[in-house]
Write a protein that binds this ligand. Structure first.
Ligand code: PLP
Length: 361
């Protein structure tokens, strides 16, 4: 049926999502390691590791879910796989025409990988904030990159401009499939599995600390918690200048989390606390994580770590906290981990060094 002859798994022929325990690729239905075929079988089951040093000044236990160890390098591999497999099985994708999605980052890479695996053409609509590395990665999976032009004095945000281009492409090419990660139910649904994995290893989690963009991760995790009546509280980590939970859009230099348009899924989550982290705090969080735990995280991981350290004094003693780290630091070597970039775009590097010194004392 598909060009490379791999069969898509059987899933319902509608967008109706099976409820409660019907988590995609759950451990009950997944093949064992020796039976796994193809790179997409390596999506999920990411390591959960205890971090003993990151919050050593606080009486809490911290575990990190290392989503950057998914095969495409981020948490977005989960929804990418589920969306593409479901759309193939339900006939929504015409394998000769393919798929379009708007993303300058991890979703573009995850979708490019899933589409490449099934031999489906993929158009990734990006803007000029895309890093050279992400652009090269998406291209390496044979996706077509569609760069939108963006005027600095435009009333449209970059995201709005990209979505307009997606609509133009859909109008020009009937049959082209647009999952729309901002409203697609399979985006959050894929992350029920993330929480199932955490819960199966750590039955008593008091707090999950999770960055937000489309709100897919936080909604999937929250839905699983609700379905299973868990006592776990969810803390959302947004960016200063993002409008996800209100406020006015402001330019942001650290990419990954945050959004300039309120995503549909934002109204479907009720975090126990929302922490807004500035670009500077996200950079410091990344660098503290690298210094204390030898763990290179992306910008949103740094934001999550800064949020953890901000809320830690308010948490009851011995609270068990899980931080979701969405991707790895390698994609940010020329930005967050470059003193030159930080000095030019975020804050004087001497200020950053001073703050780091204070934090690491
Ligand atoms: C690095 C990174 N962190 C956080 C997020 C936010 O995740 P979500 O879209 O599930 O809210 C994204 C989304 O693309 C991301 O790429």
């Amino acid at each position: 049926m598909y060009p490379n002859s791999f069969e898509a798994p059987a899933v319902p022929h509608s967008d109706a999502v099976p409820h409660s325990d019907a988590v995609p690729h759950s451990d009950a239905t997944r093949p064992s390691d020796s039976e796994r075929t193809g790179i997409l079988e390596a999506v999920g089951r990411t390591p959960l590791v205890k971090l003993e040093k990151i919050a050593r000044d606080h009486q809490i236990q911290v575990y990190a879910k290392l989503e950057g160890l998914n095969p495409g390098g981020s948490a977005k591999d989960r929804p990418s796989r589920l969306i593409i497999e479901h759309a193939l099985a339900s006939g929504r994708i015409d394998p000769d025409i393919g798929v379009v999605e708007s993303s300058s980052g991890n979703m573009g890479i995850g979708m490019a990988q899933a589409c490449a695996y099934y031999g489906v053409p993929f158009i990734c609509v990006v803007d000029d904030t895309i890093t050279d590395q992400n652009r090269a990665l998406i291209g390496a999976y044979n996706a077509r990159i569609e760069m939108v032009e963006f005027a600095n004095n435009s009333a449209e945000s970059r995201l709005e401009r990209r979505l307009r281009r997606v609509r133009e492409l859909l109008a020009a090419q009937p049959g082209l499939y647009w999952p729309n990660q901002y409203s697609c139910i399979f985006n959050p649904h894929a992350h029920r599995q993330t929480m199932q994995e955490i819960w199966s290893e750590l039955p008593a989690v008091d707090y999950i600390i999770c960055a937000v963009g489309t709100c897919g991760t936080i909604k999937g995790i929250s839905d699983y918690i609700t379905t299973h009546s868990l006592a776990t509280k969810v803390i959302a980590v947004d960016a200063v200048g993002s409008v996800i939970f209100g406020g006015q859009p402001r330019p942001r230099a650290v990419i990954g989390h945050g959004a300039s348009i309120r995503p549909v899924l934002a109204s479907q989550v009720a975090p126990s606390r929302i922490v807004k982290i500035s670009d500077l705090e996200a950079v410091i969080g990344c660098r503290i994580l690298a210094a204390r735990e030898a763990l290179l995280g992306g910008g949103s991981s740094g934001a999550v770590i800064s949020a953890l350290l901000e809320v830690a004094p308010d948490l009851p003693s011995d609270s068990v906290c899980v931080v979701i780290l969405p991707d790895r630091g390698e994609r940010y070597l020329n930005t967050i981990y470059s003193d030159k970039w930080v000095d030019a775009r975020i804050a004087s590097i001497s200020v950053v060094r001073y703050l780091m010194g204070e934090a690491l004392r």
